[in-house]
Design a protein around this ligand. Structure first.
Ligand SMILES: [Ca+2]
Length: 459
């Protein structure tokens, strides 16, 4: 409504003022009255919705995204300072919106007023995703942009119908080339230059090849029954959007809770989880839910489940190592927590892997199989705080046990095939970290062993 009001006023008043009538008589015209009615009612609607209805219906009691526009206090100063916030990115954004169609929309700027409220919303935001071309937010503006461009083109070439065919073809060809070129420059591909100044979108091959961890997440989702109710976090929700009973953030009494503790989206206000790196799950939650799956920081909790976490092999995940944690220093008794890990490069900081494991004086056995793809000398490098041991095929290769941090390398000849691997780790106090790297005959630099070479069991 606001857009229509702006559009009518923008297009009609300008035309009529050019013909120089008096402003007072102009205001009496029926379409101008309509425009003013549109503007007024949209402002009233906005005010009532944002300050009364949304706070009444939203659990937080306030408009949920107010902080993007400067918090509760909205005055002219905060609007100006919001507009100035990251002004260089906002300029780039405006330029990139118009460049692919050679700025033709500006020739019919009256029509662009239809998109003005969206545009203002993004320019007044303090969340950079709103004014970076690589995200979904600008797309409300794109249709207006293209219609304005075609209208602008007609203004520029009023006799376009009478133009020779060859001229029209060349004109169209130029436009297509500019559009295609900018599409590549904006795309999340290796050609993308403008897609994302925050480097959120990766530009190597991993953007189209899901890694083992993402595939594991998909497998975990697939074992949740279609009709079960699930609470999850922002970045997992789209993977389950086709389901009926899926909730963003924790909801009392759901059948399942699915979270990825390695993701920044774990910082939800309603999930009963502490921020990383603590990876803490609240004790109250564990009274009602058991861990059905625990793979590399991805947890699937099931209501009233009391068994051990599922072996990932049962749901089609064969890569990784099994880590068992003990609440003592000598791997004694039943493990207090079991997790399947894909990458052995973990920093628990001053905390522990899980709320059931003490922060100090715990131990862990991490084991499985390592696949060697060709015969040769392999150098293993084990770093940990505190001590740890590495066994290959039950032979102690690195002996680093004790209360001190270690960084030990050892080279050994390994034949092609699967070999047993076992790491014993003990944490005394302070920070807790462990990292296992290797150097292979075919890649002579240290790297954390990629999950594709680690196996939970012999295939
Ligand atoms: Ca330590």
């Amino acid at each position: 409504m606001f857009s229509f009001g702006l559009y009518i006023i923008g297009s009609k008043i300008v035309i009529r003022l050019k013909r120089k009538p008096r402003l007072s008589s102009l205001l009496m015209k029926r379409d101008i009255l309509w425009a003013l009615a549109f503007l007024l009612s949209s402002i009233i609607y906005f005010y009532i919705a944002v300050f009364y209805f949304i706070p009444m219906l939203h659990p937080s009691g306030r408009y949920p995204h107010w902080e993007r526009y400067g918090g509760q206090k909205i005055d002219i100063n905060s609007l100006i300072s919001n507009l100035k916030y990251e002004i260089d990115l906002k300029f780039l954004y405006t330029f990139l919106l118009l460049a692919p169609i050679m700025f033709f929309p500006l020739l019919d700027s009256g029509f662009l007023l239809l998109a003005a409220p969206y545009f203002a919303e993004y320019l007044l935001s303090r969340v950079s995703l709103h004014y970076i071309i690589g995200y979904e937010y600008p797309y409300a503006l794109i249709p207006f942009n293209y219609i304005a461009a075609s209208r602008g083109l007609k203004k520029l070439f009023p006799n376009i119908k009478q133009m020779p065919r060859i001229v029209k073809t060349k004109l169209l060809g130029c436009l297509l080339l500019v559009s295609l070129g900018s599409t590549l420059l904006y795309s999340p591909t290796p050609f993308g230059v403008f897609n994302d100044p925050l480097n959120f979108i990766v530009t190597d091959e991993s953007w189209y090849t899901p890694d083992i961890r993402t595939r594991a997440l998909d497998k975990i989702i697939s074992i949740i029954p279609e009709n079960a109710s699930v609470a999850t976090q922002n970045d997992i929700l789209p993977h389950m959007a086709h389901r009926f009973n899926v909730y963003l953030d924790y909801k009392e009494g759901v059948d399942y809770i699915l979270v990825d503790s390695h993701s920044p989206w774990i910082y939800g206000p309603y999930l009963p989880f502490c921020p990383l790196p603590n990876r803490k799950i609240s004790k109250e939650l564990l009274e009602k839910y058991g861990i059905l799956v625990s793979i590399d920081g991805i947890f699937l909790f099931k209501e009233n489940y009391t068994g051990a976490p599922l072996n990932p092999i049962l749901i089609g995940i064969i890569n990784g190592l099994k880590a068992r944690f003990y609440s003592n220093m000598d791997f004694d008794g039943d493990p207090v927590y079991t997790e399947y890990i894909l990458t052995l490069d973990i920093n628990w900081a001053y905390s522990s892997p899980f709320i059931t494991v003490p922060n100090n004086y715990f131990s862990a056995i991490i084991e499985g199989y390592i696949y060697i793809k060709e015969d040769g000398n392999y150098t293993f490098r084990l770093k940990s705080d505190d001590g740890s041991n590495l066994y290959i095929d039950d032979i102690l290769i690195i002996n680093g046990s004790g209360p001190l941090a270690i960084d030990i390398e050892q080279t050994m000849y390994l034949s092609k095939g699967y070999h047993k691997i076992r790491i014993e780790y003990t944490e005394y106090s302070g920070t807790a970290t462990i990292k296992l790297e290797w150097k292979t005959p075919y890649k002579a630099v240290y790297e954390v062993i990629p999950p594709k070479y680690l196996f939970i069991d012999l295939p």
